[in-house]
Design a protein around this ligand. Sequence first.
Ligand code: IPM
Ligand code: MG
Length: 312
Amino acid sequence: MTITYRIGVIPGDGTGPEVVREGRKVLGAVAAAEGFALDPVEFDLGGERYLRTGETLPESVLEELRALDAIYLGAVGHPDVRPGVLERDLLLRIRFELDQYVNVRPVRPYPGVSVPLARVDPAEIDLVVVRENSEGLYAGAGGFHRKGTAGEVAVQESINTRFGVDRCLAFAFELARRPGRRGHVTLVHKTNVLNYAGDLWSRAFADMATRHPGVGTAYVHVDAACVYLVEDPGRFDLVVTDNMFGDIVTDLAAAIAAAGLMLETLGEFEAARRVETGIRSVAPKLRSMRAAEMGFTTSEVGDMIAEAAANA
Ligand code: IPM
Ligand code: MG
């Protein structure tokens, strides 16, 4: 019997729909090649819907999302929507309600695509940031006091539970042992200043390390990690860090092939490998990775990757 995965598709706003259309081509091609099926369920969530109806994530949609095997999301954001609305009420709400507790962000250069680091050999860069995705500063704890007055106070608290930190660390240590990884985990935090959260993270990290003999470990403060990511990224295999630091360091480092990551999460490793190989074979043919400078339309790039992935 053919396995069918029910995939929620949220094309979203801006470049989202354009990119998701091509991602679906590639997903369709690798599913056919591997002999499983994808049953996409489309949702028109995002800025357009919010402006039209005032809805970000209705309860009924959230319930539908819960029942799916995965969600394939393009991009959300709209110039006419006040910053914070779609971020908190759509994106973070999905993450929290569905308990998507890690945010896995691989960093890998593609052949033929220039890396903006003059002194680094691109072949040395192969790391994955495992970002805690359900708590920290993102938890939304805090509040205002005397809002709008000269004596205003704003408190934004970072929530760190041993349970949340442990499951994130466990994920990173397990990933470090997967084939193709180098078996090394670096904790990135700011223990010299964040004496409560950092302390919990480092104790939990040390305990997790004792339960994973054979996995090497290191600790780097987040500011230093930014320097190393630019000067010596080859030192990192797995990087594990909290929600806020993970958000920041991954913009310094990551570009993501989301369709392949989704397939890995579903356990379709061969299909994920096809996506990666497809992208690797097409990347050198592009003049640039910048929008409108690729030398091909988005749709042409989608066709090329889909074909290469099917044959990979
Ligand atoms: C990301 C984004 C989001 C985040 C924003 C849009 C809420 O920057 O996924 O990295 O901060 O997590
Ligand atoms: Mg970000």
